[in-house]
Design a protein around this ligand. Sequence first.
Ligand SMILES: Cc1cc2nc3c(=O)[nH]c(=O)nc-3n(C[C@H](O)[C@H](O)[C@H](O)COP(=O)(O)O)c2cc1C
Ligand code: SF4
Length: 499
Amino acid sequence: MSREESQIPELIRHLGGLRTGVARAISEQTGVAEAQIYGVGSFFHLLNAPDVKLRVCQGLSCRLAGSENVLESIGGNGVLASPCSCLALCDQPPAVLNDRTLSTWNDGEVVALDEAALGGAVSESRSDMAIDLAGEPDFSNRALNRALELGPQAVLDVLEASGLQGRGGAGFPAHLKWRAVRDQAETERFVVLNADEGEPGTFKDRAVLARRPDRVVEGLTIAARVIGANDVTIYYRGAFESLMDKDFEYRGVRFHLHSGHGAYICGEETALLEALEGGRGMPRLKPPFPTTKGLWSKPTLVHNVETIACLPEIIMRGGEWFRGLGRSEPGSKLYSISGHVQKPGTYELPLGVTLDELVEEAGGYVGTLKAFSPGGASSGFLPASERTRPLDAKSLAEVGSMLGSAGVVVLNETVKMPWAALHQLRFFAEESCGQCAPCRIGTRLLAEQLTQHLSSGAPLDAVDDVAWEMGEGSICGLGQTAALPLTSAMKYFPEEFSR
Ligand SMILES: Cc1cc2nc3c(=O)[nH]c(=O)nc-3n(C[C@H](O)[C@H](O)[C@H](O)COP(=O)(O)O)c2cc1C
Ligand code: SF4
């Protein structure tokens, strides 16, 4: 892909989306094949249906809040509205996207949310936590200055001592990635911020961007200076546009802001890089990893927003301090929580608190706990009996689940598990990029089988085989975990799946 080709999605957007004639017009202007332009535009939800005015979230938390009825009401008013995947507003459901403005449905109206509202409910200010969402933004650059005084090797040692692991879902140790990029012979290197936040149930990065942009910019600048990069690219989901600035330069580092165009899979780091280069957002085979061959085939450090936002306080207070914040694993952690709790929001707590402790912070349960999803849709469901299990990577892996992005969704006794599983399956079927057959076919097949089961009692006899195929034969985490909402619901609530 050439640097000119990377402009294609923006050109399509500029011309009002993928309308008739748009691909040809751009082809004539750029010399890029019309089919390629069409292929890119048709991949992204926000480009491929230009006449849709409003998009109504069908994520689990929004469904619990009646988003299906919202779709009907809006459609009844003659406005072109469509269902869409999770909008990262699970704490203020039902969520609606008006062009690229994140809104909620209130008293029969679409209400746009300003920056304060997008910050959402958070823990009270606690300066003994790494991010402190309710704290005052601090643009003094203390941590950056300190990092520059310390020098790269000392910063890497602090990072290693902190035990910081990626907060985007995979949990890879941060210092290993930094060293891997820094050790490359190639001196043109990049930092990429993954602000695509699309995992259903997860909205913590939105809260960080709205409340603590100081931490993000300072953390990114530190990362760039330590790994020897002059350019940082922020890839943010289209729905976060109101939280974003234009390109800027800061302390010798150039920041490039890139709006996503609606595709959950672009949160996967290599799909994100493909999208940044102007292609369809399809994950690459790994290895090579982005640390050696990332953006434009150059060594690239990709990090989640929360991971980066932890850096300033790690530098200021030391690695041991951060490590000690966690209960069972290092650090404090941002948990997004929504569904049947009194005060859905983003809460920063020691890594390894239990569901009961997290829900206490969120004002208590609504109704009686039946099940919960601990780490986004990909983590499946756990029964109420797991309410005292530490919400950390190791403890959740022991029961076949995962911490993932720590997007916790709470379900009470009113929820039927096949219904909940079906919505998660439909999400994955909708968002599969389609390049691996087990994922492309398996997600649709499971959703279809469950639909048949619910309507006519048809048996769910192929589930285990299909889930195995998907787990073994998919390139990326989407296909590898997409069956889990169904298999976990069937495991813990078998009576709800019998004829
Ligand atoms: C299907 C899929 C979706 C993902 N979505 C996101 C996302 O929205 N945000 C994110 O930071 N990481 C996401 N990831 C994880 C990224 O691939 C990558 O591990 C992460 O951005 C690295 O940053 P970290 O080390 O700070 O966690 C996703 C992974 C998969 C497989
Ligand atoms: S597993 Fe699914 S989403 Fe991931 S690359 Fe394959 S088809 Fe695409």
